[in-house]
Design a protein around this ligand. Structure first.
Ligand code: FAD
Length: 376
């Protein structure tokens, strides 16, 4: 009997794991001893960090997508279907089309989803840039915008914790280049008592805000949005002409349907196994770990999950631990950036922004596809 590895989700984590397994278990797959399957509801894989650049007309749609089948090693079986439920007792997932896909090992990599519907009035009265359709809509609004109050308002949890900082720094430069910065009041709100979840990043960001004349308010949790005004749970309100919100996120509906609260799977922080399930790994945004929901997190975790699965299948035990490694570039405008690197024991320490780091980020935007293929 072959060993079946099923990967739920073919995004950043899922595609890296599938491709690393295809290489590491090449002989076993050729002999029919191992079968790797990826299930995804989408046929195309989107490079999500490009959405930030779409807002400013700096990334084209055709460069953001690749066909899932082309991205995956030919020995990986791709199933285009939506998972409706995980049946952990039966070691199977059930799909919308009625399939029951059984596994010996499961990897849950179904990511996270922005949920503007969780805040009253946000969908109708605010803008977001976390989906392609909404990013393009915001781009059109910005093209026509000629002055007023622009507010970036952040809810938690959300993926890419540095994206709100990046968009506000890019907005500042965008309005300067357009020659209307003096007609724009730029504001930012954050739900906890500082401007970023990571304290060293918050300490670095405050002088960057002040240098650019960006107003900020902390302990502001979005409650309700009406035309031109946003209310916080703390009882404050802010007026805006353009609201760019980062909505709260949840994990996949399929996990919520399977009894997992908010879709965040309880996960062992080192082994990346689902708590209570020896044959289930969890990777990327969908873990409940208190670390950044970022592509780089998914990437570093995926390396560990793939190596451990290969070791388990070949030798009967996992090989190594995840150390909490995350690395994020932070754009500070259109021509400079900084980055943070941290793990469970070493806090982040943003370096002074430079052109070189910005170019590195632009370069990475192009070589991402090598990462998804499990090469870089
Ligand atoms: C605007 C923006 C900017 C970002 N910038 C950065 C950045 O600069 N650096 C960085 O590191 N990260 C960044 N990120 C975050 C990064 O894209 C995510 O953290 C990363 O993609 C998470 O990988 P994942 O594999 O966990 O989830 P995803 O890549 O989202 O993949 C999840 C996959 O699961 C599939 N799926 C979900 N539910 C089901 C289901 N029920 N059935 C079948 N398939 C399903 C989805 O279709 C998807 O293909 C950014 C994100 C956004 C939105």
């Amino acid at each position: 009997m072959a060993t079946h590895v099923v990967i739920a989700g073919g995004g950043t984590a899922g595609s890296i794991i599938a491709n690393l397994l295809a290489r590491g278990l090449h002989e076993e797959i050729s002999r029919g001893e191992v079968v790797i399957k990826v299930i995804d509801k989408e046929e195309k894989h989107m490079y999500q960090p490009a959405l930030l650049y779409v807002v400013f007309d700096r990334f084209r749609e055709n460069e953001m997508f690749k066909d899932m089948r082309d991205l995956l090693n030919p020995s990986v079986i791709f199933i285009h279907d939506e998972i409706e439920e995980f049946d952990f007792n039966a070691n199977a997932v059930r799909t919308k089309s009625g399939k029951k896909v059984e596994y010996d090992y499961l990897v849950i990599a179904t990511g996270s989803k922005p949920r503007p519907d969780l805040i009253e009035g946000l969908e109708e009265n605010g803008d977001i840039f976390y989906t392609l359709e909404r990013a393009k809509k915001l781009r059109e609004k910005l093209r026509k915008f000629d002055g007023g109050k622009v507010l970036v308002s952040v809810a938690a949890p959300h993926k890419c914790p540095v994206a709100p900082l990046e968009i506000i720094f890019m907005l500042d430069e965008y309005f300067r280049q357009k020659g209307i910065r003096d007609k724009v009041e730029l504001g930012y709100t954050y739900p906890i008592g500082r401007v970023h979840a990571l304290e060293p990043v918050a300490n670095w960001a405050v002088p960057e805000f002040e240098k650019r004349g960006i107003n900020y308010e902390t302990l502001f949790n979005m409650e309700k949005v009406e035309p031109g005004v946003i209310h916080s749970m703390e009882g404050f309100e802010k007026e805006f002409d353009l609201l760019i919100a980062i909505p709260p996120h949840k994990g996949s509906e399929s996990l919520i349907n399977s009894g997992i609260q908010d879709g965040w799977v309880p996960t062992d922080r080192h082994l990346l196994k689902a708590e209570g399930h020896e044959n289930v790994y969890v990777c990327g945004d969908t873990t409940n770990l208190p670390i950044s929901k970022a592509g780089s997190t998914a990437h570093f975790e995926a390396d560990v999950v793939a190596e451990n699965l290969i070791a388990e299948i070949k030798e009967g035990h996992p090989a190594r631990d995840y150390d909490g490694k995350v690395m994020c570039f932070i754009e500070t405008g259109f021509s400079s950036a900084t980055y943070v690197w941290f793990n469970y024991t070493t806090p982040p320490n943003p370096v002074p922004p430079s052109k070189m780091i910005h170019w590195l980020k632009l370069g990475y935007n192009r070589v991402y596809w090598l990462t998804a293929r499990g090469i870089l």
